[in-house]
Design a protein around this ligand. Structure first.
Ligand code: ATP
Ligand code: MG
Length: 472
């Protein structure tokens, strides 16, 4: 039985599939360009210089149609990381937009310019277990690992999101994310293409772009919390943006925790409740809520169709997570195949087929998951308590003098670890005692930061995630 990932590309209609700025491709045009490129791809693997362009999208689709694993590269990648990824994934070719300037580190690879036109027909698609993408993790907690994703994981996750979000061919997505991580690439490009819908990519996220697209027929916005933070800062004063957001069918946030305060400000101004989804490179999407289901700010929702999710304590025993924080483990057809060249890491990541996410969470009576943070960096053991950084960060953000916040633990002779609050002041600089009192009053005395440090900006990666490794 043929089981194409992209039935709409094979059908090849004149409907707009992808638009980046003033350049667009119809389904027929995309099938022809990707088909022509697919026919010429070398055996082995290919790398793509993943600028936010039509070219990147065509290259990835071509490789997926041909069954050639593709490695998307961050165009801002540093020399050392590039060398690591090239040595690890040994691509046979680098696909790039014509005219794009490539770094010296890529000089040893044959270059192929990506066409936007062609006369090819999309090839019959390969088996579901064929490796489709090798995506390097964000490197938030350690050096990036190459996650091998089969076609099966991609189709499974996109179909689960279709049923949760009632995602259809009528949907038009506003997209402002990079194309070298799963959020921007799999959800943002491959998702609409699988559904037969359309994508309008902003190139770079901007409030004007969001307003313009949602005012002219776009129905959904996918973003990361830093984008929703900018939206939350602006809804009070920007009437056009607020009206545009009110018209949207779905606002979705993921890749990091959406601060409750930002969520509430957006809801108050627009009546929209943002949907959170929780996923990762290795498992693709794990949880969200239905488009017609209840959203709970601070929660990432419930397991998606086909995803088994459990919480385990430090001894590995399953817990219900109502009174106790546990590590999230996930099992299902949405999982990756392996870490490339890292059988040790693959074995260590799995517990009898369950993937150890390294994320800590609780679960309420309705089964809604609340992520407390990462086991490695966000769980602070202080004075005999286990304290989640996220809860304190949310409380800090409610202080009018705090624009951005991150919380870490630091060794302490007395407490084991002490709580450190890293604060980017908003307008004026609140003093440390005032900030700490605010947290203790909202939460509990043992959650009071012992140290408050001020920064001009938090260290963030290209997805807006706070790099806690760089603090301290
Ligand atoms: P690395 O694995 O290299 O350290 P990374 O884990 O940041 O990097 P990704 O796979 O891109 O790389 O990110 C997945 C992680 O992002 C999850 O494990 C989780 O910690 C976090 N995350 C994703 N969505 C959410 C969400 N809605 N709320 C809170 N955290 C989230
Ligand atoms: Mg990770």
């Amino acid at each position: 039985m043929p089981d194409p990932l992209f039935p709409a590309i094979h059908a090849g209609s004149g409907k707009e599939a992808l638009r980046f700025g003033d350049r667009s491709l119809t389904y027929a045009g995309l099938g022809a360009a990707a088909g022509a490129l697919a026919a010429e791809l070398p055996a082995g693997r290919v790398a793509v210089w993943a600028t936010p362009t039509l070219h990147t999208s065509v290259a990835v689709v071509a490789a997926l149609l041909a069954g050639i694993p593709v490695v998307p590269l961050n165009p801002k990648i540093g020399e050392r990381e590039l060398a690591h990824i090239l040595a690890d994934s040994s691509p046979a070719q680098i696909l790039a937009e014509p005219g794009a300037e490539l770094p010296d580190g890529l000089a040893g690879l044959p270059r192929r310019d990506i066409p936007l036109e062609g006369a090819g027909a999309p090839p019959a698609e390969p088996d579901a277990e064929t490796p489709a993408l090798i995506v390097y993790t964000s490197g938030t907690t350690g050096p990036p690992k190459g996650v091998v994703l089969p076609r099966r994981a991609i189709s499974t996750t996109l179909d689960a999101l279709e049923s949760a979000w009632q995602w259809s061919a009528e949907d038009v997505l506003v997209h402002g994310l990079p194309l070298f991580h799963v959020h921007g690439l799999i959800l943002g490009i491959l998702g609409p293409l699988r559904r037969g819908g359309s994508v309008r990519h902003l190139g770079r996220f901007s409030l004007e772009g969001v307003t313009r697209e949602l005012s002219t027929g776009a129905t959904m916005l996918f973003g990361v919390p830093t984008m929703y933070h900018r939206i939350a800062e602006s809804v009070a004063t920007d009437e056009e943006l607020t009206a545009a957001l009110r018209r949207a069918r779905l606002l979705v946030s993921g890749s990091a925790a959406l601060p409750v305060h930002d969520h509430q400000r957006i809801t108050a101004a627009t009546g929209q409740q943002v949907i959170e989804r929780y996923g990762m490179t290795e498992t693709l999407m794990n949880t969200s809520v239905r488009a017609d289901g209840e959203r709970k700010p601070g929660s990432v929702g419930v397991p998606l169709a086909g995803v088994d999710l459990r919480l385990v304590d430090e001894s590995g025993a399953e817990i219900d997570g109502r009174d106790e924080v546990g590590e999230i483990q996930v099992r299902g057809p949405n999982l990756f195949t392996e870490y490339l060249n890292r059988p040790d890491a693959t074995v260590a990541a799995l517990d009898n087929g369950w993937f150890r996410t390294g994320d800590m969470a609780t679960r309420d009576d309705d089964g809604y998951v609340r992520i407390v943070g990462r086991k490695a960096t966000d769980l602070i053991k202080s004075g005999g308590y286990k304290i989640g950084a996220g809860e304190i960060e949310n409380a800090l953000l409610e202080h009018p003098g705090v624009a951005e916040a991150a919380v870490t633990g630091e060794p302490d002779d007395d407490l084991g670890e002490r709580i450190v609050a890293w604060v980017v002041p908003a307008g004026y600089r609140p003093d440390a005692g005032e900030v700490a009192d605010h947290v203790a009053k909202l939460l509990a005395p043992h959650k009071r930061p012992r140290v408050v440090r001020y920064l001009d900006a938090l260290p963030r990666n290209d997805m807006g995630k706070i790099m806690k490794r760089a603090l301290g």
